[in-house]
Design a protein around this ligand. Structure first.
Ligand code: HEM
Length: 119
């Protein structure tokens, strides 16, 4: 891994903290959701993840199936985070979007870490 990929991975872990951390802190909330933090994290994940994908895709060890699934779930997380942000601005129900984004973010973390262990 070169230094650029390492920096991107560090930023990717900060984005992960924003998505999953915000979700865990507000998991039982009924209102006042920090959809701005959730959305910022989801955007960071797509940008840093996409860049790492581009840099690493040619490596022999790179598991395209794993990171294809991982990237696709990340895109859905971003869609749900946008849904949460927009719903909040319109005064609509935020909770389902918030839980979808946070829950899938958590699942995506598990996909990244556990898939590496068992393949
Ligand atoms: C909420 C969304 C996301 C979460 C929680 C997440 C979480 C993680 C975690 C924990 C890792 C480190 C474990 C590992 O190296 O396998 C990782 C690595 C990685 N992620 Fe994500 N990710 C998300 C979104 C994305 C997206 C959207 C993409 C691509 C478009 C992506 C591409 C990658 C790549 C390529 C790596 C491998 C980095 C390396 O091995 O150096 N991720 N992700």
């Amino acid at each position: 891994m070169n230094v650029l990929t390492a920096i991107l991975l560090a930023l990717h872990l900060i984005g992960l903290a924003l998505v999953v951390g915000t979700f865990i802190v507000q998991m039982r909330a009924k209102s006042g959701f920090r959809t701005d933090l959730l959305l910022a994290g989801a955007i960071v994940q797509l940008v840093t993840g996409g860049a790492m994908f581009g840099l690493l895709a040619g490596e022999t060890w790179f598991d395209h199936l794993k990171y294809g699934v991982h990237g696709a779930i990340g895109v859905v997380v971003l869609g749900a985070a946008i849904g949460a942000f927009v719903a909040q601005r319109r005064g609509a129900r935020v909770q389902p979007w918030f839980h979808a984004a946070g829950g899938l973010g958590l699942i995506n973390l598990l996909v990244a870490v556990l898939w590496r262990q068992y393949t």
